[in-house]
Design a protein around this ligand. Sequence first.
Ligand SMILES: Nc1ncnc2c1ncn2[C@@H]1O[C@H](COP(=O)(O)OP(=O)(O)OP(=O)(O)O)[C@@H](O)[C@H]1O
Ligand SMILES: [Mg+2]
Length: 423
Amino acid sequence: MTTTPAVRARNLYKVFGRRPKDAVARLEAGASRTEAAGLGTAAVIDASFDVQPGEIFVVMGLSGSGKSTLIRMLNGLLEPTSGSVEVAGSAISDVPAKRLREVRRQNVSMVFQHFALLPHRTVIDNVAYGLEVQGVAKAARLAKAREVTEIVGLAGWEDKLPSQLSGGMQQRVGLARALAAETDILLMDEAFSALDPLIRREMQEQLVELQAKLGKTIVFITHDLNEAMFLGDRIAVMRDGRIVQIGTPEDILTDPANDYVAQFVQDVDRARVLTAASVMEPARAVVPLTVGPRGALRSLRDLQTAALFVTGRDRKLLGWVRDRHVMRQVKANDTDLAAIVNAEFSKVGPEAALVDLFELAVESPLPIAVVDGADRLLGVIPRVTLLAALGNVDTTTSPIPVLEPVTRISDVELDATLEGAIR
Ligand SMILES: Nc1ncnc2c1ncn2[C@@H]1O[C@H](COP(=O)(O)OP(=O)(O)OP(=O)(O)O)[C@@H](O)[C@H]1O
Ligand SMILES: [Mg+2]
């Protein structure tokens, strides 16, 4: 089953200048942006993508790459020179102005970087402003405005004037106004760019929360890669009017489509983007409980490791055992491996961000276990893997102190114990 995309763009072009249609024809025939420059400025060239309902789709690129032009075509503020846009299944290019306004009002609201708040109106009136313009009755619009004002964390500030608010709070008013319109799609053009870093981070987190709660579809423009990586379910990277890659943050980090994207991602904070699932390795040092102490000892010997994970029924991870405890059991002819299983270990879900694994990695001599919802072992993340995944991070300043390797019992001693047990 396929769902109707919230936004569908096909072969979108926008050329500003004297002969836009001719410029498109040239571009379609393979001319470069520079070659077509005599006919106009090609701000967006052949952009095609779908944004799925409930998705946060980020458009990222340097200044002048065409991001704002692209987003303005998505809500009909700009007419494409060529190509088509559909919003919730309805075309918005080549339609009568009245129909366009309708689609826009019902489906799309927009938040800008410098949101023009009305200076002499209170917060609540600013939030309700869009509804007022739409002719919504006073009681209804104030009720709605109160609700969304609370959602964005401005409860208690309803009666203040914009000048009494910090920049971050003013931006929240802008967001609240967009939410009040109750459209399914939010277009946000550099909405957080004017905020200082801490407030900005807070707003990003709040937006993700809001999205989860309200299920909005969000197209978010930014030139900040870390912001893109944090917010985006998928990211479209633009360069000189063209979308050069569309992918998940992980795709873009681990498999940049070209040098331009690679350069862009060089200084991203990988630890926040990569997930446990993307760096975990198959767990080799793991045995089922049923192998008993002797089987465990043999695995310790074969794998040259000091500890093993132990799984129970349904491959559920029970804990881990250390070589010296296993050896003691074997020597004592004790067959109950469960008795020495240590149930204390670090485990995370596949979606955990690497940034949250550092502390665990320090605490535990074992690799971190990655488990699914039923506690089944999906893979492991050894400390070295965690470091390697951070790639260009300088390990001397990494938050992970390099620990002494866990000391193993010697092979000779293990062999002797195994043989002794056989005799
Ligand atoms: N109304 C216009 N008339 C002429 N050229 C325009 C117009 N709007 C944008 N452009 C040009 O189109 C190109 C893309 O501009 P756009 O504003 O879409 O870029 P952007 O990626 O949003 O940049 P920024 O990060 O600075 O906001 C630029 O070269 C710009 O000068
Ligand atoms: Mg812009």
